[in-house]
Design a protein around this ligand. Structure first.
Ligand SMILES: Cc1cc2nc3c(=O)[nH]c(=O)nc-3n(C[C@H](O)[C@H](O)[C@H](O)COP(=O)(O)O)c2cc1C
Length: 207
């Protein structure tokens, strides 16, 4: 687990090193893989760890200092209560859904000990384009994944059907215009991930 006794976050105005050479960071990034939520188990991050993880997620680049994201944490029995809402809504959408599917909806958020919803909250009609504000929310999700891995947790960034459902968004308490950038599931890997096939990155030289 992370050493949370060291102060991690700098004060505003503090001089910082421009780069932090770290083989460990490079290795983590080069070999990062998501762990499927269904392959997760506990324990998840505790209170202090969660605070650190979200603090790191919120240090994402943000053009115009708009802080265009917020976080909703699901842990303990809140996960079951939210999953019950998902099941009810799914029954409404798919009255013929088989019992196995309903059982999945009923336990969706219980696949991991902690789920963090990253909410994209854009300021409309602002000189900072909406696109950039949305990208910043995506960067917050990615920071969260990497920080969770570095703290010793498995993680996966999901949206699934419920990120886009009007009634689920209401149940999440989203304001009109707010969107789910991702549900980041965090726990321990009960089954280790294996590398997946990846296409080489498309790179061109502009000449
Ligand atoms: C915005 C976003 C939403 C995603 N939603 C889903 C999803 O709903 N279901 C899913 O199986 N994977 C989803 N993924 C993909 C996984 O998080 C993961 O990236 C993918 O399985 C590839 O694994 P890797 O992260 O180890 O490369 C999403 C990724 C992003 C960036």
């Amino acid at each position: 687990m992370a050493d949370l006794t060291r102060p991690l976050f700098p004060e505003a105005g503090q001089t910082l090193t421009a780069a932090n050479k770290s083989d460990d960071t490079l290795r983590l990034l080069a070999a990062r893989r998501s762990t499927l939520a269904k392959n997760m188990t506990g324990p998840g991050p505790g209170e202090a760890e969660l605070e650190t993880l979200i603090g790191i997620a919120a240090r994402t680049p943000d053009h115009g200092k708009l802080f265009p994201w917020r976080f909703i944490v699901f842990e303990g029995d809140a996960r079951g209560r939210f999953s019950a809402i998902l099941e009810t809504r799914f029954r409404e959408l798919e009255p013929e859904a088989p019992p196995e599917r309903l059982a999945l909806e009923r336990t969706r958020f219980e696949r991991a000990p902690v789920v963090i919803a990253v909410i994209s909250d854009v300021t409309e009609n602002h000189k900072i384009p909406e696109w950039e504000q949305v990208l910043s929310a995506g960067a917050a999700c990615q920071n969260l994944l990497i920080a969770a891995n570095a703290m010793g947790f498995a993680a996966q960034w999901l949206t699934e059907w419920y990120a886009y459902d009007r009634k689920v968004k209401q149940a999440l308490g989203l304001a009109p215009g707010e969107r789910v950038a991702g549900f980041v599931y965090i726990g321990q890997a009960a089954i280790a991930p294996t590398e997946r096939p990846r296409k080489p990155p498309r790179i061109n030289r502009w000449r």
